[in-house]
Design a protein around this ligand. Structure first.
Ligand code: PLP
Length: 381
């Protein structure tokens, strides 16, 4: 029987690997570093915690199922997951990356990738085709959609037609929509990465990351790397993310509904010169996101009329908190230019339309009237 997505957040279809006989409804936390073997040549399936742990494995099965992959691997953070995917490449390999990526990913390419001989070309992939940038040594294309923080929408299927033809890997960071709203593997991606710290965990209390793939060969390589480098998610943190995912569907729906209310309010404000949300009909990616995703998410970027107003809003907000990160039950506001995008070169910021008047909201699941009332008082002198 194939479950629908809300059920998949809570149950895995085949339970043959349940190692607990107590009937516990909540999957146990296996807080152990190593596992005993019954006898010579016999194994319980577990050897050492760096390789695998039953709690982590349960989480990986849930996430693989949600993304429609054959395997998912859980990491200690989203950046650990991205770093592991990048270990698939060697010095001299070339990657095409989207211009508007998460600041930490840009930092990875600028400092670690660069030092390790990974060549990159940055392209605005929501506007331009990837094809003219492909070189003989190009190995992969790395994108996020919608992008952070400008919410550009990239047509995954269209890019995958080219990456398949040219035998390149298509890697999609699916953090912003979560598997509840979008499944890039089904649209032709080869690898999906997540910061599980965000919507999957959902409570701003745990860092985690995921790599999901539909390819046996890639899964095997990723598992070899995690076994070697030891960046797997700890048992207790795995349990926290498992618990978070149980309410993914409810949280995503509510956060999106709140985001729509806030977008409506922002559109009416004279101090707001621009509202960027892919659910708006005038957003350039609106038709694409409607086709490739089941929702628009709960990230809202907006530009106010002055730098002074930015300072005032960040000072006066009470319920909404001025903090980095996203995807949790609490509504957070960030000032990308000094926070998530502090290491991004100025010419890229300008090209992407991020300036000292740009603010980003990660809308949570509070009552939308309370959120709007807080914004209202923060906007007023
Ligand atoms: C947060 C984030 C990451 C990094 O994840 P961490 O869990 O913070 O390491 C990567 N990509 C996107 C889109 C993110 O929002």
């Amino acid at each position: 029987m194939a479950y629908d997505i809300e059920t998949k957040c809570i149950h895995i279809e085949k339970k043959e690997n349940t190692c607990d006989s107590s009937g516990a409804i909540s999957f146990p936390i296996y807080q152990t570093a190593t596992f005993a073997h019954p006898s010579l040549g016999n194994s319980t399936g577990y050897d050492y915690g760096r390789v695998q742990n039953p709690t982590r494995e349960q989480l990986e099965k849930i996430v693989a199922n949600l993304e429609g992959g054959i395997d998912a691997v859980a990491f200690s953070s989203g950046m650990a997951a991205i770093d592991t995917v990048m270990q698939l490449f060697s010095p001299g390999d070339h990657l095409i990356i989207d211009d508007d990526l998460y600041g930490g990913s840009i930092r990875w390419f600028s400092f670690i990738g660069n030092k390790n001989g990974i060549e990159i070309t940055r392209v605005n992939l929501w506007k331009e085709s990837v094809e003219p940038y492909i070189r003989e040594n190009t190995k992969a294309v790395f994108i996020e959609t919608p992008t952070n923080p400008m919410m550009n929408v990239i047509d995954i299927e269209k890019i995958s037609e080219i990456t398949k033809k040219k035998e390149l890997l298509l890697i999609v960071d699916n953090t912003f929509l979560s598997p509840y709203f979008q499944n890039p593997l089904k649209l032709g991606a080869d690898i999906v990465v997540h910061s599980g710290t965000k919507y999957l965990g959902g409570h701003n209390d745990t860092l985690a990351g995921f790599v999901i793939t539909g390819s046996e060969e890639i899964a095997e390589k990723i598992r070899f790397i995690i076994k070697t480098t030891g960046v797997g998610l700890a048992p207790f943190d795995s349990w926290l993310i498992l618990r978070g995912i149980k309410t993914l569907s409810l949280r995503m729906e509510r956060a999106q509904e709140n985001a729509l209310q806030i977008v409506k309010w922002l559109k009416e404000r004279p101090e707001v010169v621009r509202v960027v949300y892919p659910g708006l009909a005038d957003h350039p990616g609106h038709q694409i996101i409607k086709r490739q995703a089941r929702g628009f998410g709960a990230m809202v970027t907006f530009e106010v009329s002055s730098k002074e107003l930015v300072e005032q809003i960040l000072q006066k907000i009470e319920l909404i908190q001025y903090a980095e990160s996203l995807g949790g039950v609490e509504t957070l506001i960030t000032f990308p230019i000094t926070q998530t995008h502090a290491d991004v070169p100025p010419e890229i910021l300008e090209k992407n339309g991020i300036n000292d008047r740009t603010l980003r909201l990660s809308v949570g699941i509070e009552n939308s009237k309370d959120l709007i009332a807080d914004l209202e008082q923060a906007f007023c002198h």
